[in-house]
Design a protein around this ligand. Structure first.
Ligand code: GLC
Length: 541
């Protein structure tokens, strides 16, 4: 492939990650090349032009490694090879190479807290028995009486311990198919340094680090009987232990031996943001996902507070702030923002109240336009550039998230945000798969969101994203700063470089300053250039 003329000239900029827009690809739902209904690496490679046209700097791929898929690939059986569902190692290498030719960097997912129970290490641990060095790579313990060693609960529901035939128990903070590794074991540390090098040698630009706040557990695994999600609870013995930082300092040292500005981004549901900022100190990771921003209620005061505290906490350690509204674990923001303020359920079922789709989309467009005007690095989850909503009426019998099973059908789980992407309205599976097969069904209204329907329509969400990303690049918004403008109570207004950004959260329209030149608007403006409710505008002047 020859070098296209569209390769962005900043692609080799030092510390590119400080201001990068990074697009999350969820491989099983992005594009299916072989027609089995599950997306794959050749499918991604064939669609890379979409990402280049969108104007993002990099893509991050959720796991595509060998896996029994107990948790959609976050249960890894071989960290160095590709699952046949997704293709081959050669397909991965081709995808990385073609992305680079388009000026796109590639970040892969690293899952260090747990392996799959099909991993060679776990099989060896089962075979070797209690007290063996093979078991010492995991957290095997004897039970108390007939019960587990303690009352820890799995994030997905149910107990965090499973008993093996010889009577011992192993810890799994997630599914029973995801045994936790023992990070106090030097062999585990060495193995992950080697896995990092394997992928760095294959040319990846960085790693997204799965549940980065979980690797170290408090000594003695002290009792903790609370139900918990992945969000840190004060003093929880399995989250955000101080010992994790030494691990990341070691990883940073590995990355620093490579050229090309490789990076680490932490997935760590840690509060408050000052604790999260510890993961991005100068000798640790480069970025951490800002979930406070994702969880913030659609209210001006809440968002202003989150933006301010996020920038301050990251500035204090010299790290860029990230912004994220959606990913493969949460209700898509085009649906979430229509829920009562601040609500963030783990999935929505057909029997739940159905959110107002038009309201959700309107707010999602405003939220995205707000996010993309902020300095730092932004993450875009596949489909959000299409304004894609959550699938809120997925039949229960089709659900696949382990959360659904481990809670006995009480919690819907994350399938609704993982539905395959619509590319062509009229094609089978809306262009996702040549045969029309899809591992989760697409609701009929996905046709209206298809890439081909939106492309070229100036009112579409896709064109809004393209325009915002082009302006963000031209005006160097990612390298800018937030300067708040006070005024309307129900508005959020700030300057970033030459831009004035205004979002209206109130009922009354807001008048733009005289002579202001509107560069971008997430919705139609009212007469005399009034910004209506739930609209964000970017103006110059
Ligand atoms: C992270 C992933 C999530 C996965 C979990 C366990 O939170 O984003 O999808 O289920 O870790 O690996």
């Amino acid at each position: 492939m020859s070098q296209p003329s569209s390769v962005p000239d900043h692609a080799d900029a030092p510390e590119w990650w400080r201001s990068a827009v990074i697009y999350q690809v969820y491989p099983r739902s992005f594009a299916d090349s072989d027609g089995d209904g599950i997306g794959d690496l050749p499918g991604i490679t064939a669609r890379l032009q979409h990402l280049a046209d969108l104007g993002v700097d990099a893509l991050w791929l959720s796991p595509f490694y060998v896996s029994p898929m107990a948790d959609a690939g976050y249960d890894v059986a071989d960290y160095r090879d590709v699952d046949p569902i997704f293709g081959t190692l050669a397909d991965a290498e081709k995808m990385i190479a073609e992305a680079k030719e388009l000026g796109l960097r590639v970040i892969v997912d690293l899952v260090p807290n747990h392996t799959s129970d099909a991993h060679a290490w776990f099989r060896a641990a089962l075979a070797a028995g209690p007290g063996s060095p093979e078991r010492a790579r995991y957290l095997f313990r004897d039970g108390v009486g007939d019960g587990p060693p303690n009352g820890w609960r799995s994030v997905f529901g149910g107990p965090a311990w499973t008993r093996v035939p010889d009577g011992q128990w192993y810890l799994h903070l997630f599914d029973s198919g995801q045994p936790d590794l023992d990070w106090s074991n030097p062999e585990v540390r060495e193995e992950f340094h080697d896995i990092l090098r394997t992928w760095l040698d294959r040319g990846v630009d960085g790693f997204r680090v799965d549940v980065a706040n979980a690797l170290v557990k408090a000594d003695g695994l002290p009792e903790w009987e609370h139900e918990h999600g992945t969000v840190d609870a004060e003093h929880a013995p399995m989250w955000d232990q101080d010992g994790v930082h030494e691990i990341y300092r070691g990883w940073r040292a590995v990355l620093d031996t490579y050229d090309g500005d490789r990076m680490l981004v932490a997935e760590a549901w840690v509060e408050p943001i000052e604790r999260l900022a510890r993961y991005v100190r100068p000798d640790e990771m480069h970025q951490a996902f800002n979930f406070d921003f994702l969880k913030a209620a659609w209210r001006s005061a809440d968002l202003r507070r989150v933006v301010t505290t996020s920038l301050a906490a990251n500035d204090a350690v010299g790290a860029p702030t990230t912004w994220v509204l959606s990913n493969h674990d949460v209700v898509r923001h085009a649906t979430r923002l229509a829920l009562p303020a601040g609500e963030n359920p783990n999935g929505i079922r057909a029997t739940d109240p159905q959110p107002d789709a038009a309201l959700g989309l309107r707010r999602a467009r405003a939220a995205s336009a707000l996010m993309l005007a902020l300095p730092g690095s932004a993450y875009v989850y596949q489909g959000e550039e299409l304004g894609l909503p959550e699938h809120t009426t997925l039949p229960d019998e089709l659900r696949q998230d382990p959360t659904w099973f481990r809670t006995g059908g009480v919690v819907a789980g994350r399938d609704g945000c993982r539905v395959p992407i619509p590319w062509n309205a009229a094609a089978p599976a809306h262009g996702f798969s040549p045969t029309g097969a899809t591992w989760l069904p697409q609701p009929d209204h996905f046709a209206h969101h298809a890439v081909d329907v939106q492309s070229g329509d100036p009112h579409s969400t896709l064109e809004l994203y393209r325009a915002a990303l082009a302006l963000r690049r031209d005006l160097r918004l990612g390298e800018g700063a937030v300067d708040w403008v006070d005024g309307e109570a129900d508005a959020l207004a700030f300057r970033n470089g030459p831009l004035l950004v205004v979002t209206n959260f109130g009922v009354d329209p807001i008048a733009l300053p005289d002579g202001a030149e509107v560069l971008l608007a997430s919705g139609e403006l009212g007469g005399a250039r009034q910004v209506p409710t739930d609209v964000t505008v970017w103006v110059r002047g």
